[in-house]
Ligand binder design. Sequence first.
Ligand code: DGL
Length: 264
Amino acid sequence: MDESSPILLFDSGVGGLTVYDALRQTLPQAPVIYVADLAGLPYGTKSEAQIAARVSGLLGRLAERFQPRLACIACNTASTIALGMVRDVLEIPVVGTVPAIKPAAALTQTGTIGLVGTQATIRQAYVDNLEAAFAGGKRLLRVAAPELVAAAEAKLRGKPVDPALIADVHARLIAMPGGDAIDTLVLACTHFPLLADELAQAFGPEVQQVDGAKGIARRIANLLDGQAFEAPLPNRFIVTGPVSDADGLADALTRRGFSAAEAF
Ligand code: DGL
């Protein structure tokens, strides 16, 4: 194993940085190449076929170019649709990001869990299967919030978040049958932990937010246990499409130890 071989982290946009942040806590010495498919953003409004083709094609090209030791799809939408396909294409371990229904089911006291994701994620059989396996006997209420993906992208570029967007997501969940008993909220899109403060304001302190970032970081660390790293910091942040789409992200990237955004 080449000690400088990176971990490849992939998302449609900046959402996967929430996984990156957890990974840096767990494996600070590991070199990371983060790829934001800004030319394909958002995934959540696309069809299963579009997402599967785009994600598996792109990851194949990325793996060839960067020779990573492991790839992580830091996106619930892409993972719930294309994880199996990507594993078939790549010859390295591939870690996915799937809605944290299992930990949420263990935490809820009322038995009612809210789940916020993209349109594509919330309709996946993958989510039905997680619900059946881990949340039997609980109530899982799902809403799609594509507008929060755009809000998280804007927030990381220094723009304010419109509280009405968050209030609307809260109102739609609470209005569902049994919704007023929600005490646990699954952030089933990697963009949404970037809005944790705004969500906490809308839902109140009694609703606990759950996401998969720390669990994914632990999983990656387990898979790479015993491997040596030579971390040529700064890490790299790469975008598909024009690099100007990353305008406004410089602060967020510098703070996280990345060099300036590069085009793929
Ligand atoms: N970050 C992605 C996820 O976790 C979705 C954003 C998008 O719609 O592209 O689902």
